[in-house]
Design a protein around this ligand. Structure first.
Ligand code: ADP
Ligand code: MG
Length: 342
């Protein structure tokens, strides 16, 4: 029996909901508080700031035995930028806080910041501050990012429209499988240190896990096409839970098709090798940092899959159900396995 007073009982989303109810925003400039990928703060009549924060904890979000510090620095920035792009915004500044122990050499810290710097340069953002403390529980990285967006382009989770087409960028499930391969090779190595990890066949999966790239190119593409999505979210916790966020917050349902979910053949092959179902990896794996958004049928027609990797997977429906049409035609309810950190 799970204790009803435990965090495990209400889960991550239940907990965030409880905090949200306790802190209704009051200041006139606080346009949107808790609940979307970033908070929205008024800058002027037609312009907003976007603010978002994410934490990475050693042993929970990363394992330094296979995560190079340079990639970790890059990833810490990436996952935050992804939330600003998910609002259709442009990230501008970063604040990075570190909890460190003596076991890190100066060279190691330098490696980490090299990764941060590469991401800052690539996405044209400034690191403008932070805090440094000691930590007794491993490396802790907390990043906050600030961005901007004009009012007409601001894209929320809660404004999807019935019949709008649900699109996702890139491919899904790859990052989760990359993590499974890294974990497998780690356990092989621990049981027999003479065995060298054989990772060359899995490069794409592992890179996606260790060094994900936020999809600024998707935001630029939509802008070039004069498309403002009716809703958007980044896929950090798995397609299933992000679909549930969009549909619940927009007061609609979703219908998506298993055969349309973009999963690379190489991802399917590795999932078979590991005895996993690739659709389940895409639905519940997480850490893809791709974007999911909705557009009208007319806007969808102007998106060309020859120009960019955007795939339609289904559409929003009036009935508030989340439905997955399986390859065999069977309809099943989408459930979010959600968060197992606690
Ligand atoms: P994402 O997966 O996009 O990073 P999260 O699921 O982490 O989003 O957070 C969803 C929303 O809840 C965001 O608006 C975030 O700012 C807010 N949030 C998460 N944790 C807390 C917390 N401890 N206190 C206040 N707000 C929180
Ligand atoms: Mg997000």
């Amino acid at each position: 029996m799970i204790n009803k007073n435990s965090i495990e009982f209400i889960g991550e989303f239940g907990l965030i909901d409880k905090i949200k109810k306790k802190f209704i925003v009051k200041d006139k400039s606080s346009i949107i508080g808790i609940g979307d990928d970033a908070a929205v703060i008024r800058k002027s009549k037609n312009d907003f700031y976007l603010i978002s924060s994410d934490m990475l904890m050693e042993g929970v979000h990363f394992d330094l035995s296979y995560h190079p510090l340079k990639h970790l620095g890059y990833k810490a920035v990436s996952v935050n930028l992804s939330d600003i792009y998910a609002m259709n915004g442009t990230p501008k500044q970063l604040i990075l806080n570190l909890g460190l122990s003596n076991r890190f050499s100066l060279d190691a810290i330098n490696e980490f910041y090299e990764g941060v710097k590469i991401a800052c340069r690539e996405f044209c953002i400034d690191l403008v501050g932070g805090d440094t403390t000691s930590s007794r529980t491993g490396l802790i990285i907390s990043v906050s990012v600030m961005g901007i967006i004009s009012k007409p382009k601001l894209t929320l989770r809660s404004t999807a429209k019935e019949k709008h087409v649900i699109c996702v960028s890139g491919d899904l499930g790859r990052s989760y499988l990359g993590l499974q391969i890294l974990e497998r090779e780690k356990s092989v190595f621990l049981s027999n240190p003479k065995m060298q990890p054989e990772l060359s066949n899995y490069k794409d999966l592992i890179e996606k896990q260790l060094r994900p790239k936020p999809r600024k190119d998707i935001i630029n593409y939509l802008d070039k096409k004069n498309i403002v999505p009716s809703s958007m979210i980044d896929i950090s916790d798995g397609l299933a839970s992000e679909l549930i966020h969009l549909s619940r917050q927009s007061n609609l349902g979703v219908k998506i098709y298993e055969k349309k979910i973009p999963i690379l053949d190489s991802t399917k092959n590795v999932s078979e090798e590991l005895n996993l179902n690739s659709t389940t990896c895409a639905l519940n794996g997480g850490e893809d940092y791709e974007l999911m958004f909705s557009v009208s049928e007319a806007d969808y027609k102007s998106i060309s899959d020859k120009e960019i990797d955007i795939t339609s997977i289904g559409y929003f429906i009036r009935k508030k159900n989340q439905i997955l049409v399986k390859e065999n035609g069977e309809n099943i309810k989408i459930v979010a396995q959600g968060w197992k950190h606690f």
